[in-house]
Ligand binder design. Structure first.
Ligand code: ATR
Length: 268
């Protein structure tokens, strides 16, 4: 009998997760199917309980439901600390967050250890929250720079118990970029072709630039980083790793990253 999985969000139609997870199930010959479900906030509780009652193996939870979900699905330590979850497992009936470890895995798989490094996180929204937590737990010193400076200060204050973190605005960004070993874009800037907060003249070849935006795959920021000779990591890398970690939570099996990555890159 098929075991069903899926992602719930609003909007959801452009999700790459079905392609990615079904590629992994196919590669492993597992009798499972992963779908995308458009769930409005007012139906979130019913949708999750419906999936549980229908015998689903698990769910991914995406924008805008990642914070609300932990009000009624018990959170594991990481998702509790972050205040958001992206994965529900119906075996344990728990919510997990694989965004933080997915970001760290993306860096690690590209030969980047963040321990003792200075990392500049651009943005202070939901994605920045998970990424900052992962970085701090792995020994990085983090500066969060956000257009709305008080949001960066609030996030830094919340995260301070996990490590060395400071929140600031986007002013003097050139100087902030110059002293960073790793720059991570968690803002939505770059979704529109040709937009970037950081340009080649601000970067150098010793730096690592990681963009969470994956549509387009090669953002203006990544093109600028390449021009400056910096190491680049794209958003598909992150998407695949957070997905692979969810897959492992549900099945206990490490999925083939190459099959997942190929299908995600084809689908985008
Ligand atoms: P996500 O959950 O993907 O992190 P979000 O919570 O809506 O999305 O956060 C979006 C982030 O992109 C915010 O940090 C936002 O900055 P503000 O807090 O100042 O709104 C940032 N952002 C969006 N558009 C931006 C722009 N044009 N310039 C700079 N930052 C921008």
């Amino acid at each position: 009998m098929i075991t069903f999985y899926g992602v719930i969000g609003d909007p959801i139609e452009h999700s790459l997760s079905p392609a990615m997870h079904n590629a992994a199930f196919d590669a492993l010959g597992m009798d499972c199917y992963y779908g995308a479900f458009h769930v409005k906030g007012r139906f979130l509780y019913e949708a999750v309980n419906g999936a549980r009652c229908l015998g689903f193996g698990g769910l991914n939870v995406t924008v805008p439901h990642k914070e609300i979900i932990i009000r009624f699905v018990p959170a594991d330590e990481t998702s509790h600390d972050i205040g958001a979850a992206n994965t529900i497992d119906f075996k344990t009936n728990k919510a997990y967050n694989t965004d933080a470890s997915g970001a760290i895995a993306s860096l690690r798989d590209n030969g980047v250890s963040v321990k003792g490094k200075r990392v500049l996180v651009l943005g202070a929204g939901g994605a920045a929250r998970a990424v900052t937590y992962g970085l701090l737990k792995n020994g990085a010193a983090v500066t969060i720079a956000n257009r709305t400076a008080p949001k960066a200060a609030d996030l830094a204050a919340y995260m301070r118990e996990y490590g060395d973190v400071f929140g600031t605005g986007m002013d003097n960004l050139k100087e902030k970029v110059a002293i960073a070993d790793v720059i991570i874009n968690t803002t939505t800037v770059g979704l529109n072709e040709g937009e970037t907060l950081v340009t080649a003249d601000m970067l150098n070849e010793k730096q690592v630039v990681f963009d969470l935006v994956y549509r387009p795959v090669e953002t203006k920021l990544l093109r600028e980083a390449k021009l400056a000779g910096a190491k680049t990591i794209d958003g598909i890398t992150m998407l695949v790793r957070q997905g692979a970690l969810s897959f492992e939570v549900w099945t206990g099996v490490k999925p083939p990253l190459d099959a997942m990555e190929r299908s995600a890159r084809d689908a985008v």
